[in-house]
Design a protein around this ligand. Structure first.
Ligand code: FPP
Length: 247
């Protein structure tokens, strides 16, 4: 099966909550870290599928501000996995014209070697425009909103000049378009503090498959399901507001 159409109905921005790694491992009587390890193949498959489908913005939720509560060895494993994955795939991300960005990476607990690789990859791929891959790492949607409010106040913006547009301009990466489609694997149906501002009008799809088993064909099924949705952005349906195009 493949994705045939690059057209109006391809979501511009897809965001994935990569859930179910722990359950995948438990089903196999393996340590949780084995589930994270197996997640790498899904990450690479989804980047490739999104790129092939013509998705221009892909965001992946790799580590939340709440994930610091997990056992130390699991946190360490995720840090090492992210670093290994980035180093391994940097050349092909660059060659494909993918710009890599990181949302978060603020916490002093992040190993300096990983922070350095993140900076290097952003520099290497910064001129690319074919697709923007944003890895949300040490990310919290509420924290981003609070930081934006602080930044507005520091900039001395008068209260009556605070609009949705001016506010959004103080979020990290203000050029990021709203998310059109969120895919959360494993059947869980929660937002979990993910890109709260940007998902305001997103469509949500909750495939039951666990993230380590998620592959390009599942991604294409989600794009098909998205294409069949009617997005109204709070409006009523008229001949000019049908379809998936943003207003
Ligand atoms: C959620 O599953 C998964 C995570 C918290 C870690 C995800 C991180 C990766 C897949 C690494 C990605 C790497 C790059 C470079 C993008 P869970 O552990 O909460 O699963 P459970 O709900 O079944 O316990």
């Amino acid at each position: 099966m493949g994705w045939g159409g690059v057209g109006l109905s391809v979501p511009r921005h897809v965001a994935c909550v990569m859930d179910g790694n722990g359950r995948w491992a438990r089903q196999r009587s393996l340590p949780r870290t084995a589930g994270h390890q197996a997640a790498e193949a899904a990450v690479i498959d989804v980047i490739e599928a999104a790129y092939t489908a013509g998705v221009r913005w892909l965001s992946l939720y790799a580590f939340s501000t709440e994930n610091w509560r997990r056992p130390g060895d699991e946190v360490d494993f995720i840090m090492r996995l992210v670093r290994r994955t980035l180093r391994k795939h940097a050349p092909s991300l660059y060659a494909r014209g993918i710009r890599c960005r990181f949302l978060g990476v603020n916490d002093p607990r992040i190993p300096p070697s990983l922070a350095r690789d993140v900076t290097d990859l952003m520099e290497l791929t910064g001129g690319n425009r074919r697709m923007t891959l944003t890895v949300a790492f040490d990310h919290g949607g509420r924290r981003d909103i609070v930081e934006a409010a602080r930044s507005l106040i520091r900039a001395g913006v008068p209260a009556d000049q605070v609009t949705e547009e001016s506010f959004a301009g103080h979020l990290p990466y203000p050029d990021t378009p709203d998310v059109d489609l969120v895919i959360r694997t494993s059947g869980e149906q929660r937002i979990s503090n993910f890109m709260l501002w940007q998902v305001a009008y997103a469509e949500w799809i909750f495939p039951r498959v666990l993230w380590p088993d998620f592959r390009a064909e599942h991604f294409w099924e989600c794009l098909d399901a998205y294409r069949r949705r009617e997005r109204r952005f709070g409006d009523v349906l008229t001949p000019t507001t049908t379809g998936n195009g943003a207003p």
